[in-house]
Ligand binder design. Structure first.
Ligand code: KPL
Length: 293
C-alpha cells in the first residue's frame, strides 16, 4: 500500500520503519525541509523515505497521522486540498477530541482512530528505538471507516498485535483515564511515573481517577471504579522508570497535550454538570506553566 505518515516522531517513525520492512511504499510528512529523511530503527539498516512529497500524499491509500493532538487540525488544514477523498485517515495520538474537527475538514474520507501501547524513543531525529512491545487497537469513527477493518491485517503484519475494536471510544477513554492520572501529576512534580505509587500522591491520584470515572459513566462508557484504579496502578508499575510524555514536554518547554487529555475531561464534565475540582486544578496548573514561557 501507499502510506504517508504525517508527524514522524517516535511512534510515527516506528510505524514508518515497520511498514517499510513489511513491503509497503511509505513516505512521510514532517517539519524538515529535506526531500528525504532517514530513519534507523534499533540496529537495523537505515531507510530513506520521501518527505513532504505532494504527489505521494495525493496517492496515499492510507494517511497515518501520528502528530501530537494539538497539531492535528492545524497541520491537516494546510494539506486538505492534496488529500484524495478515498484515502483512509488513521489518527494515532494521546488524548481525545481531534476526530470531530478532522471529520468536518475531510467529511468523505474513511476515518479511523487508533491507540497503541508500544514504547518508542527517538534519541535523535534519524534514530528510533523500539523500547517496549505493545498492542494497538483500531476502530471506526464514520460509516466509511467501518469498511476498513482489513487495515488491521495490513498493520498487524507489519507490527503485531493490531486488533479491531467495535467501540474505539471505550478503548480511548480507558487510555485517556490513565493519561489523566499519570501525565499532569508527573509533569507538575517533575517525577518519573513510578513515584506516583508513593503515599504522598495517593489522595490527589485517587481523586483524579474518581472524577474521570464519573465523567466516563456520564458519557455512557462501561467502567468500574476499582478496575480503573487498578489499571492506573498497573501502568504506574509497568512504566515506573519512564517519564511521561507530558513530563518531557513540560521539562523541554514544549506545548503539551493537556487540552486533549485533562482539558477534554473537564469540558465533558461541564457538559454533564459534574464537578471535577482535582482535574480542573491540574489543568490550570499545567496551562499556567505553558503560559509562563
Ligand atoms: O501514555 C503515557 C504517556 O507518557 O503519555 C503513559 C501511559 C503515561 C506512559 O508514560
Amino acid at each position: 500500500m501507499n502510506i504517508t505518515v504525517i508527524g514522524p516522531g517516535a511512534i510515527g517513525s516506528l510505524w514508518a520503519s515497520y511498514l517499510t520492512e513489511a513491503g509497503h511504499s511509505v513516505n512521510v510528512w514532517s517539519r524538515s525541509f529535506d526531500e528525504q529523511i532517514r530513519i534507523q530503527r534499533d540496529d537495523h539498516d537505515a531507510i530513506e523515505l520521501a518527505n513532504n512529497n505532494i504527489n505521494q500524499l495525493n496517492n496515499a491509500d492510507v494517511i497515518l497521522v501520528t502528530l501530537k493532538a494539538p497539531y492535528v487540525t492545524q497541520v491537516l488544514s494546510t494539506l486538505v486540498e492534496h488529500i484524495n477523498s478515498d484515502t483512509i485517515l488513521l489518527l494515532m495520538h494521546n488524548g481525545m477530541g481531534t476526530a470531530s474537527d478532522v471529520q468536518q475538514m475531510l467529511p468523505a474520507n474513511p476515518l479511523l482512530l487508533a491507540t497503541t501501547t508500544h514504547g518508542a524513543y527517538r534519541p535523535s531525529s534519524k534514530q528510533v528505538l523500539h523500547t517496549g512491545q505493545g498492542k494497538t487497537l483500531f476502530g471506526a469513527v464514520n460509516e466509511s471507516g467501518q469498511q476498513c477493518q482489513f487495515l488491521v491485517d495490513v498493520f498487524n503484519h507489519a507490527l503485531p498485535t493490531v486488533d479491531w475494536h467495535s467501540n474505539i471510544e471505550q478503548a480511548l477513554w480507558n487510555k485517556l483515564a490513565i493519561n489523566c492520572a499519570i501525565n499532569p501529576l508527573t509533569a507538575l512534580y517533575a517525577i518519573p511515573n513510578g513515584h506516583l505509587g508513593q503515599s504522598q500522591y495517593r489522595a490527589q491520584l485517587d481523586s483524579v481517577i474518581d472524577e474521570v470515572c464519573q465523567v466516563m459513566q456520564a458519557e455512557g462508557i462501561e467502567v468500574e471504579n476499582s478496575e480503573l484504579h487498578a489499571s492506573v496502578h498497573d501502568v504506574i508499575r509497568a512504566t515506573s522508570d519512564n517519564y511521561s510524555s507530558m513530563q518531557q514536554d513540560i521539562a523541554h518547554q514544549r506545548l503539551s497535550e493537556i487540552d486533549f487529555i485533562t482539558g477534554y475531561v473537564v469540558a465533558k464534565a461541564a457538559q454533564h454538570r459534574i464537578d471535577v475540582p482535582s482535574n480542573t486544578k491540574l489543568y490550570q496548573a499545567i496551562k499556567q506553566i505553558e503560559q509562563s514561557w
